[in-house]
Write a protein that binds this ligand. Structure first.
Ligand code: PLP
Ligand code: COI
Length: 338
């Protein structure tokens, strides 16, 4: 095995083991360990036809002390249960989820990036409806699985400013749709906008609220936040995913003495922010240097000296410090893996 820990992309890399549990006849079966990268399922499975699937994204880190920590597994577990309920799937019990993510880390220790490279082990829990079905209705059987892969930063720029495009001609999710659930359909809906954004040399796309196109929703596969007057401001919306990174940053911002506001954020407010960023498990905290409104060509500029601002830098250092065991985990967010 020869992994370049320092230059890992955010991509798939084969590891040794994944784990699976099947829900059949009204109950979850024991966790099975598998070396296969394939899933065998019925061709009429609801996940294939009707998008009955949900997933999670979470990370494990090797700390300064050499110990491996999984960040806020309980929040990801709760969110997967919420996504499951949102599209009528069988929620995965806490104990199975915890055992699965822990086991995948333990069984693939050699793929967990060592401390000091800024890389981490990305865990991908997946829940899908399986079995023979053809009517539009929930499946009777489900497969829950978790695999992992070593990753570097999602945005090529790492902790350096990215450019973002406002795409008004696409919606990611409807106001009363499935945007608050982490289900595949939302990501399918975002592909065209993201592809065009990349072709036009942007790191990602800022989606606005679908009903009025007046308020900021989120930033591709990451939440959006802005900072001004010692206040951390992040959109409240019925069509965005409740980011666990964002939730953590709100707590850290308060710890640092900032005010925190979760509310509607009108597009024009972009003019007034001192710092803006995107945050998520994959995106970590990505400072935004420029936002361009594709319709009007209006540009908003931040990080004028080319560097991330002071608050974003402090938030980044504290969050990653907790994850890498360098900063005391006062909120008990880490699960130590033995
Ligand atoms: N928003 C979307 C659409 C996402 O896919 C993600 C990634 O999980 C996030 C936000 C960030 O959420 P989290 O911080 O829990 O990873
Ligand atoms: C994550 O941040 O974990 C995500 O799920 C983003 C992913 C869709 C790339």
């Amino acid at each position: 095995m020869n992994i370049d820990w320092k230059n890992l992309p955010f991509g798939y890399c084969k590891t040794k083991f994944n784990v699976r549990s099947w829900f059949k006849n009204g109950q979850w079966g024991p966790l099975e360990v598998s070396e296969s990268e394939d899933i065998t399922m019925h061709m009429a499975s609801t996940c294939l036809h009707y998008g009955q699937e949900a997933f999670e994204g979470m990370k494990a880190f090797t700390g300064k002390d050499g110990k491996i920590r999984i960040f806020r597994w309980d929040e990801n577990c709760k969110r997967l249960q919420n996504s499951a309920r949102g599209i009528l799937m069988e929620p995965v019990p806490d104990a199975i989820f915890k055992e699965a993510v822990t086991k995948v880390v333990q069984l693939n220790r050699e793929f967990v990036p060592p401390y000091g490279f800024g890389s981490s082990f990305y865990l991908r829990p997946l829940l899908i409806g399986v079995g023979p079905n053809i009517g539009v209705q929930p499946a009777k059987e489900y497969l829950f699985m978790v695999f992992g892969t070593p990753v570097g930063p999602y945005f090529r720029e790492g902790f350096n400013p990215v450019s973002i495009q406002i795409a008004r001609d696409y919606d990611r999710a409807a106001p009363l749709g499935t945007g608050t659930y982490k289900v595949g359909g939302n990501y399918a809906a975002s592909l065209l906008a993201l592809k065009r954004g990349k072709e036009e040399h942007f790191g990602s796309v800022l989606f606005l609220d679908a009903r009025e196109k007046k308020y900021i929703d989120e930033c591709g596969p990451a939440n959006f936040f802005g900072i001004k007057d010692n206040t951390y401001i992040t959109p409240k919306s019925t069509s965005i995913l409740a980011s666990i990174t964002n939730k953590s940053l709100m707590t850290l911002a308060e710890d640092m003495g900032m005010k925190v506001e979760r509310r509607l954020v009108p597009v024009e407010e972009l003019e007034t922010f001192e710092e803006v960023g995107a945050c998520g498990t994959a995106a970590v905290i990505t400072p935004i240097g420029k936002i361009v409104d594709r319709d009007s060509n209006h540009e908003y500029h931040y990080c004028k000296d080319g560097k991330p601002g002071p608050w974003i830098t402090k938030l980044y250092q504290t969050l990653t410090g907790i994850q890498f065991g360098e900063v005391e985990d006062i909120h008990h967010w880490n699960l130590l893996v033995e």
